[in-house]
Design a binder for this molecule. Structure first.
Ligand code: GAL
Length: 341
């Protein structure tokens, strides 16, 4: 029978061991799966902080850009900037730091306390610059300014230098995305006219401004959170209705041209809570490099009361003859795509 003395010695040894072990760098056994809505840790074990995401694929590496949020409702404004993470396989993400920092100058358009949302990055082959566009709201003006901001870098992970902010074609611009077509041309797709109608503008050759070639799409439909992808010559759209941070049914559409006319296809979400897009809102559709027909729906489950704890909803897009669905999965991996190997 074990005596009390040896039991307490064992307890002391165990607690010393635990205390020591907790000081060691933790090696996380990160699984090769996606678990939508669960806390997702980077390669250091810290929850990924990159909301309203945009992605870039560059020479074998995926770059994930997003809004770096702080805790509480303060996190709904920009106090740090745009973060960047990199991955080779889409499952394991390494923190590459802050790609675009808010400015300490209170007069800057990107001052601490401004609103910087939904960053999207493209590489420009003419200037060899990485160009970041984002939704910008000037400090202290709520969502009235309705501008885009542009920043550039010579390296994909940054640091990015802020260039300027403006209203594309003089028109309001809130939730936005960029889309680059097969021929290299790029487009801004943005909620304009106080969110009533979206505008698609072709970007200038250096991607630093819009051209005046712009079209109104989804006229009076009041949509936001746009994401575009292209498959077999057709353009697909996924977005949401406008209910602020609260989720609502997603919207999808298909077109032969990015400028429209777009044919509405309804809510592509399937499964539990499909009527509120699984409690999330679209931000991007990510093509898996080199795998035809493999597209990831990327969305945010916002948490405006504690913005840092917003979650990521990544799901496989299921392509159909005309259109697509997004079936819910609690855990999945890239083998979900047909012919994926
Ligand atoms: C959402 C939008 C978010 C953010 C939020 C603010 O509708 O998609 O990016 O702007 O409104 O309420």
């Amino acid at each position: 029978m074990m005596r009390w003395k040896s039991v307490s010695a064992l307890v002391i040894h165990l607690s010393l061991l635990i205390a020591y072990a907790s000081r060691l760098p933790v090696v996380y056994a990160l699984a090769d799966t996606f678990a939508p809505g669960e806390i997702w840790r980077d390669t250091q074990g810290i929850p990924i902080n990159a909301h309203g995401a945009g992605f870039l694929y560059d020479r074998g590496t995926y770059y994930w850009f997003g809004e770096f949020k702080v805790a509480g409702s303060a996190g709904n404004k920009a106090h740090v900037g745009i973060s960047c993470y990199t991955s080779k396989d889409l499952y394991h993400w390494k923190d590459r730091g802050i790609a675009l920092k808010v400015s300490g100058d209170p007069d800057s358009d990107i001052a601490d306390g401004s609103i910087i949302e939904r960053p999207k990055v493209l590489f420009n082959t003419q200037t060899h610059m990485y160009v970041m566009w984002f939704h910008l709201e000037l400090k202290g003006q709520g969502y009235k300014a309705a501008r885009v901001g542009i920043a550039v870098s010579k390296k994909p992970a940054g640091p990015y230098t802020f260039l300027r902010s403006f209203r594309p074609n003089g028109e309001m611009s809130r939730d936005m995305t960029l889309f680059q077509d097969d021929d290299g041309s790029a487009y801004l797709v943005t909620s304009s006219e106080d969110n009533r109608t979206m505008h698609v503008s072709r970007l200038s050759d250096d991607f630093l401004s819009t051209t005046n070639e712009f079209h109104r799409i989804f006229v009076d439909q009041v949509l936001e959170a746009p994401a575009i992808f292209k498959y077999k010559g057709k353009y697909y759209f996924v977005g949401s209705h406008c209910t602020g941070w609260a989720p609502n049914p997603a919207v999808s559409a298909v077109s032969d041209s990015i400028f429209g006319p777009w044919k509405m296809l309804g809510n592509p979400a399937r499964g539990p809570k499909a009527d509120i897009t699984f409690g999330s809102q679209s931000t991007y559709v990510l093509p898996v490099y080199g795998k035809k027909g493999a597209f990831l729906f990327i969305a945010d489950r916002w948490n405006p009361g504690n913005a840092i704890d917003g979650r990521y909803i990544w799901l496989p897009i299921h392509l159909e003859s005309e259109g697509f669905t997004i079936p819910w999965q609690t855990r999945w991996d890239l083998s979900a795509f047909p012919n994926f190997n």
